[in-house]
Ligand binder design. Structure first.
Ligand SMILES: [Zn+2]
Length: 202
């Protein structure tokens, strides 16, 4: 469940010299400008415009922005222009952008690492393999001879990519000790097709 909504924070306040339209008192109106912002789980996400209110210190009448008479509208526009949007109201969207960039960078680093490892297989390399029907298992490099890589296959499968951790924890005994010869080019093609999703090298 995502809890989101909008809040407002005070960004400017000013005494207005005009007379109150309700009680006629001079110099009794205080205007306040608020910055509205969207929040998600109470974390300010991004600003969504400003609003304002006035209160008369004499008759206590409160007017919202949409009720402002013409003179208060002009005061409001001027005060709004002079009030800055606090940088912290962008916190969530800024964090989101940083995370998105980090995700893109770390994915491209992982892809580069895997592309290098597939071309230089070594005994002990573990390939995370996605099979048909969204099942996952592990391949392990048992031996390399020229262009041929001898693979042993894990005897277990998992239907979640996160389940591969459990397969790794089962250790060497979980691999079927009948090495399967595969060409380096075939393994490279499996990586490119997304059938090998990651490579571990100790
Ligand atoms: Zn008044």
């Amino acid at each position: 469940m995502i809890i989101f909504g909008s809040k407002a924070t005070q960004v400017a306040t000013k005494n207005i010299n005009d007379e109150c339209s309700n009680c006629g008192t001079q110099n009794s109106i205080q205007m306040t400008v608020f910055q509205k912002y969207a929040h998600v789980f109470w974390i300010p996400f991004f600003p969504i415009g400003k609003t304002g209110v006035t209160q008369c210190s004499h008759c206590k009448q409160v007017l919202e922005k949409k009720e402002f008479p013409g003179n208060l509208k002009s005061h409001y526009e001027a005060l709004k222009l002079n009030s800055k949007t606090p940088v912290w109201t962008f916190s969530g969207i800024a964090a989101f952008i940083v995370l998105a960039i980090w995700g893109v960078v770390s994915t491209s680093q992982k892809n580069e690492k895997n592309a290098n490892l597939i071309l230089t297989p070594q005994k002990g390399d573990i390939y995370e393999v996605k099979m048909d029907f969204d099942q996952y298992t592990l391949f392990k490099v048992e031996n390399v001879a020229g262009d041929t890589v001898f693979i042993i296959v894990n005897e277990y499968e998992t239907n979640k990519v996160t389940g591969l951790v459990d397969l790794k924890n089962k250790g060497d005994e979980a691999f079927i000790q009948e090495p399967l010869p595969m060409l380096k080019t075939a393994l490279k093609s499996m990586l490119e097709k997304g059938e090998i999703i990651n490579i571990d090298r100790k």
